[in-house]
Design a protein around this ligand. Structure first.
Ligand code: 5AD
Length: 363
């Protein structure tokens, strides 16, 4: 038996095992990894794919991450905040389509006008989407950055039960090389812990292909996910945006896109093998690199897809990275296209279900 096959037979993985799996380069071994990850997915979660309608409701951001297209110093971005009514319309549409959940994502702002807007919107979504088909209303995921404990608690009390906050990288040094000093690794970790304490299902994730990132960093990222006990993962390739300080990596990235893409698929598969029953998203960034990137993500162990609900007029202003796909499509088109893509890989879309790995107990 080759060494990859013997690692794939294990139930628990060491750091060395993970590095070996992430370093796979032969197509046969990659396929072995894919099959093993798919098997774990089917055993622990079954074939269902869960839709979470994604509304990028504001691109106003007080952070200045070196890699991100909507960083506050990018003066070429036209800033917006979608009205509460438009978000509610999106939520109602989502519920009608049988999507069990919605994700509200935005740039980072801590002022109370903004956080109160979110709390109020969450409460309203809950009120208007309860139905016979969906007794608990839409499941609500927030992805609005670092906030105080009090703010997180308000979001939770209003009815949000999941929170996504990517660690971006679990390596402290690498973290500080991609963020300005105002943002710290310790503060991000503290937020993840606070979210867990409050009772949220917590999601995190990393970017793959960051300048200076090694297979060891990525292996440690997976162990980090395990150690903090995450419920959800969203990760994808880092893609250069011209209007950011990281545009200096443009040329370097050209030759590496293929390997970033493959590394992203391997990260999904190995995360599935190690964490088994969590939810893993096949992210849009995967599709930015390959037209069938999201289907590939599903085949390598992902089980969540986030169809775009952001009104088309705003999508072009929410470019975190270049080449973001589907920006001219409306929500209806996104739904049809994604359902076809999911069927094409032999899986089915779950209807009117939250699809969480465990129930949330509100305290
Ligand atoms: N390439 C890929 N992903 C990016 N994100 C931000 N900028 C980029 C980029 N240039 C991701 C970050 C963030 C999420 C909302 O988008 O991981 O957490």
């Amino acid at each position: 038996m080759n060494s990859i096959a013997s690692i794939l037979k294990k139930d628990e993985f060491t750091s060395e095992d993970i590095v070996k799996l992430l370093s796979i380069s032969e197509p046969e071994s990659l396929e072995e990894l894919r099959i093993a990850a798919e098997k774990v997915l089917l055993k622990y979660r079954g074939p269902s794919v869960y839709f979470r309608g994604l509304v990028e409701f504001s691109n106003i951001c007080t952070s200045d991450c070196y890699y991100c297209g909507i960083r506050k110093s990018n003066s070429q971005v036209k800033r917006y905040l979608i009205s509460k009514e438009q978000i509610i319309d999106g939520a109602l549409w989502c519920a009608q389509q049988g999507y069990g959940s919605i994700v509200l994502q935005s740039g980072e702002r801590q002022d109370s006008a903004f956080t109160d807007f979110i709390t109020d919107t969450v409460r309203t979504i809950k009120n208007v989407t309860r139905s016979e088909n969906l007794p608990g209303g839409l499941g609500i995921t927030l992805c609005v950055g670092e906030q105080t404990r009090q703010t997180y608690q308000k979001f939770f009390d209003a009815g949000a039960h999941r929170y996504l906050l990517r660690i971006e990288t679990s390596d402290k040094e690498l973290f500080s090389s991609i963020h300005p000093p105002a943002q710290t690794f310790d503060s991000r970790v503290k937020c993840l812990q606070t979210l867990k304490e409050i009772g949220f299902l917590v999601g995190t994730g990393v970017m793959i292909g960051l300048p200076g990132q090694t297979p060891e960093h990525l292996a440690n990222d997976i162990l980090f996910f395990k150690n903090i006990g995450v419920d959800m993962i969203g990760m994808g390739p880092f893609i250069v945006h011209e209007q950011t300080p990281f545009s200096i990596y443009k040329d370097e990235q050209e030759g590496q896109l293929e390997s970033h893409f493959l590394n992203s698929l391997k990260m999904i598969a190995v995360t599935r093998m190690v964490l088994k029953d969590i939810n893993i998203a096949a992210t849009t960034a995967l599709q930015a690199l390959k037209h069938d990137g999201r289907e590939m993500g599903l085949k390598f162990g992902a089980n969540v897809v986030m169809p775009q609900l952001t009104p088309t007029e705003f999508k072009k202003q929410y470019m975190l990275y270049e080449g973001k796909p589907c920006i001219d499509e409306n929500a209806e088109q996104c739904k049809g296209c994604l359902s076809r893509r999911i069927q094409s890989v032999g899986r089915s879309v779950a209807i009117n279900l939250w699809g969480d790995r465990r129930a949330v107990h509100k305290v």
